[in-house]
Design a protein. Structure first.
Lengths: 112, 115
């Protein structure tokens, strides 16, 4: 059973398009993190969200944590080829915030 | 060091052999994590160290897997009697630990291939 479901699993778009990636769970998380991983590299943290309803922006990336802290989304505006990579969400539970539960990731390809 | 360092970067071994994978965390980071990532999947938690002790080893798949961190810095993941299903990228990450924040910095991983 996958505790964190990410969708879509694969996404191929043209440069300049917008996209949204979803991370859903039936569990409540105390915090949720988004990472980006490039081939041959380890994941790199993009953002951490901790408050239900929280919205964080990182340049063209907008992250939202659901009101019930069970889901999150990542929206990219005007995607660029440099955004290509594997986007992973990971959540932690209250009382065990060191052990991250990972989604399977969304593989994004932005074509020039 | 500047980042988390993992060695070797690639390891090919025969089924049934013993392997050791090394992780050098960022200096001063007390928390260290091992993950395993199969192709097309997210990282799978294996074990978490806080200092020298294994605070959570619930992700180790079976008793063939063992990890140590004797001095609270470098960690070694040990796999006995390797099986083809152990083939994966093994990722190590470190963080400040304690109240210092949960942001984990990952190494580039060790790609283990069991033939």
């Amino acid at each position: 059973t996958q505790l964190l479901e990410q969708s879509p699993q694969f996404l191929s778009i043209q440069e300049g398009e917008n996209l949204t990636v979803y991370c859903n769970s039936s569990s409540v998380f105390s915090s949720l993190q988004w990472y980006r991983q490039e081939p041959g590299e380890g994941p790199v943290l993009l953002v951490t969200v901790v408050t239900g309803g929280e919205v964080k922006k990182l340049k063209r990336l907008t992250f939202q944590f659901g009101d019930a802290r069970k889901d999150s989304s990542l929206h990219i505006t005007a995607a660029q080829p440099g955004d290509t990579g594997l986007y992973l969400c990971a959540g932690s539970y209250a009382g065990n915030n060191r052990k991250l539960i990972w989604g399977l990731g969304t593989s994004l390809a932005v074509n020039p | 060091g500047a980042g988390v360092s993992q060695t070797p970067s690639n390891k090919v071994t025969e089924k049934g052999k013993y392997v050791e994978l090394r992780c050098d965390p960022i200096s001063g980071h007390t928390a260290l994590y091992w993950y395993r990532q199969s192709l097309g999947q997210g990282p799978e938690f294996l074990i978490y160290f806080q200092g020298t002790g294994a605070a959570d080893d619930s992700g180790l798949p079976n008793d063939r897997f063992f990890a140590v961190r004797p001095e609270g810095s470098v960690s070694t993941l040990k796999i006995q009697r390797t099986e083809r299903g152990d083939s994966a990228v093994y990722l190590c990450a470190s963080s400040l630990g304690g109240q210092g924040g949960t942001e984990a910095f990952f190494g580039q991983g060790t790609r283990l291939t069991v033939v």
